[in-house]
Ligand binder design. Structure first.
Ligand SMILES: [Cu+2]
Length: 245
């Protein structure tokens, strides 16, 4: 009796496997020039045409905070048509600008170009924010007119199969349609675009690595918020081009 049940269970499992045989898991690890894992790289999978419904891997309403003189997160992935909210958590103003960082995006008039000034957060008051809709695929470079050290990126992707790498440099995609796919890897400091990599998606997991030709700088830790470290000192930074003689 028990053997019969096991046989039935095995039969059901086999059927489920057969049903799921049209998709596979793809795991891409991004390494730097020295072979070390690279977090915060963007991995884009272009599955075979006519594939399954697009996954929901990308946040529909992302928020990019200006916090302790940084854009947090430093890299945000969105699909075209997404409205991104910029929120100033610092006590001083930021003057955020966005410029197309790739030829594809800059080819479209006005694409990726915006600027907005956000007043600092007053004690006991909500943070100031502004929304920007990004319609064109491409990479938007974020900066601040007031603080030259601030850098961030919005990756407006042309494939719903897009993820950032984790601390181990890994992006994991589940249920990618089977067949010939392409993988694109982007990193803010990889200035020469890497060629896309052909990957055959199978029912069995696909593991692959992509290596950058650079070693990204290690991002500096956020400034301490410990008492005695007045955050206001950062607001003394001069805008680019403004010099006292
Ligand atoms: Cu700023």
């Amino acid at each position: 009796m028990q053997h019969t049940l096991i046989a039935i269970a095995a039969g059901i499992a086999a059927s489920l496997l057969a049903l799921g045989a049209h998709a596979g898991n793809v795991q891409i690890q991004v390494l730097d020039k020295d072979g070390k894992p690279v977090p915060d790289a963007v991995v884009v999978v272009y599955p075979p045409a006519g594939g399954a419904t697009a996954p929901t891997l990308v946040a529909p309403s992302p928020v990019i905070e200006q916090e302790k003189m940084r854009f947090v997160p430093a890299v945000t992935v969105v699909v075209p048509g997404t409205t991104v909210r910029f929120t100033n958590q610092d006590r001083w103003d930021h003057h955020v600008r966005g410029n197309a960082a790739t030829p594809a995006a800059s080819a479209a008039p006005g694409a990726g170009g915006f600027e907005l000034r956000l007043a600092g957060k007053a004690d006991g008051k909500p943070s100031n924010f502004a929304d920007v809709k990004l319609d064109t695929a491409g990479v938007v470079l974020l900066g601040c007119h007031l603080h030259g050290s601030m850098r961030g990126h919005v990756f407006v992707t042309d494939s719903a199969w897009t993820l950032k790498t984790d601390d181990n440099g890994i992006a994991r995609f589940a249920s990618v349609p089977e067949g010939a796919a392409q993988v694109r890897v982007w990193h803010a400091e990889q200035l020469v675009d890497l060629p896309r990599k052909a990957v055959q998606v199978l029912a069995t997991p696909v593991l692959d690595t992509v290596q950058l030709s650079v070693v990204p700088r290690v991002r500096r830790a956020p400034p301490s918020t410990a008492p005695g470290g007045p955050m206001g000192s950062y607001s003394q930074a001069q805008p680019p081009g403004q010099h006292t003689h």
